[in-house]
Design a protein around this ligand. Structure first.
Ligand SMILES: Cc1ncc(COP(=O)(O)O)c(C=O)c1O
Length: 390
């Protein structure tokens, strides 16, 4: 199909190839798990040193002057460069799980007693299913999409990109249909932020959450994004009335009064070190520009699918991701009954991927740190392992 020199040629004409230098590569491991934990950006190292030595050790508690605004500042960076949100509509705090709970609970409460039902799909990420199920009756569908919605539905919640197959859901169509039926919509952007354009404002999305440790490279356990459309901010109240969501946290007042802006969805003290990492990680993507990033994502995943068709399908693998590049996020899913064995064997030959029970091997192609030759080399090694299995 394509010789390795073909992959090298694609790398030479890649307009984003220089961005690879902005990440740390301690060895020649091929990391195809950007969908799980993004690589460490170089700027993060210097930023952490500065925050720890200058701000924490030197400035001590005085550094809160700079730190207090981090959840909003980092939210604005991500919202503006990657989500099509307005300033003041995104904050970064807590985990995706906690943000999902906060926003879904707030939306259901505002929707009133007559609309207690949540619509989501059986294939949604476990934390999403568990959190939503705890909030009220769930109407399960097989995949993101809605038919006739009853007038008892208050919230429709799906993942924008499926964590197993990488399929992109019809965000615009589903959002419009939910609105037409009088329901609000919450999107989990964990697998799309930074690799698929979202344009929340254009589609009038109500709410969104998403992880920052994947393609945004915020580091393990970095805080998640929460988006609330501007006109909804004052309508919704967080179910966690923490002091950082108070109108004036340092008034230490007797009663909770929510802030009149996006900060009302904060709960407790921001995780400063992790927020600094998210800011650096997101900035690399913002500098590259989402349009070019998206082109590279489609180029990399198309290349992976072409090689998989040529080399791996004859060995019993199936490509479980959509065939059309624009219908895919940045990971490609290969299904094989012995995927777990393949995933482990790949580690021994320097390729990190991930396995999802029971039979899926995911290749997450982080666009700024992955070269076409990395895809070629990794799939060549999958081919060698696959031949040994059959
Ligand atoms: C779609 C989706 N939602 C949520 C999460 C996890 O959220 P949390 O950061 O709270 O563990 C993941 C993690 O991989 C995910 O893929």
């Amino acid at each position: 199909v394509v010789a390795r020199s073909g992959a090298e040629a694609l790398d030479r004409t890649d307009p984003l190839s220089a961005f690879r230098d902005r990440y740390v590569f301690p060895d020649d491991t091929i990391a195809l798990d950007g969908n799980s934990l993004g690589r460490l950006p170089r700027d993060t190292l210097t930023r952490l040193e500065r925050v720890v030595e200058r701000q924490w050790a030197g400035g001590l508690v005085r550094s809160w002057d700079d730190w207090l605004d981090l959840p909003r500042r980092v939210g604005d960076l991500i919202g503006g460069a990657l989500l099509g949100a307005e300033p003041g509509e995104v904050i970064v705090a807590d985990s995706t799980t906690v943000n999902l709970h906060k926003l879904a609970a707030a939306a259901l409460r505002a929707g009133g007693r007559d609309r207690p039902v949540v619509v989501t799909d059986r294939g949604n990420f476990p934390t999403d299913r568990y959190v939503l199920e705890a909030l009220g009756p769930v109407r399960w569908v097989d995949e993101p999409g809605i038919g006739a919605l009853g007038d008892d539905v208050g919230l429709v919640a799906f993942s924008h990109v499926d964590y197993r197959t990488g399929a992109v859901a019809d965000l615009a169509g589903i959002t419009a249909a939910a609105h037409a039926a009088g329901a609000r919509v919450l999107w989990d952007l964990s697998h799309s932020v930074g690799v698929v354009p979202v344009d929340l404002a254009a589609h009038e999305v109500d709410l969104a959450v998403g992880a920052t440790y994947k393609y945004l490279c915020g580091g393990p356990g970095s805080p998640a994004l929460a988006y609330v459309r501007r006109d909804l901010i004052e309508v919704l109240r967080s179910p966690i009335p923490g002091w950082f969501g108070h109108r004036d946290p340092f008034l230490m007042g007797p009663a909770y009064e929510p802030a009149d802006d996006i900060r009302r969805f904060l709960a407790g003290t921001p995780t400063v070190l992790a927020l600094a990492c998210v800011e650096e990680g997101a900035r690399v993507l913002a500098d590259a520009g989402l349009e070019k990033v998206r082109e590279k994502v489609m180029g990399l995943t198309s290349f992976a699918v072409a090689l998989a068709d040529a080399w791996l399908v004859p060995l019993g693998f199936t490509v479980a991701s959509p065939r059309a590049a624009r219908r895919r996020g940045a990971h490609v899913a290969l299904v094989h009954p012995r995927a777990e064995v393949v995933c482990r064997a790949l580690v021994d030959v320097g390729v990190v991927t991930d396995f999802r029970h029971p039979d899926t091997l995911r290749l997450g192609l982080a666009p700024l740190s992955t070269r076409y030759v990395d895809v070629w080399d990794a799939l060549d090694r999958v081919r060698t392992i696959g031949r040994g299995l059959s």
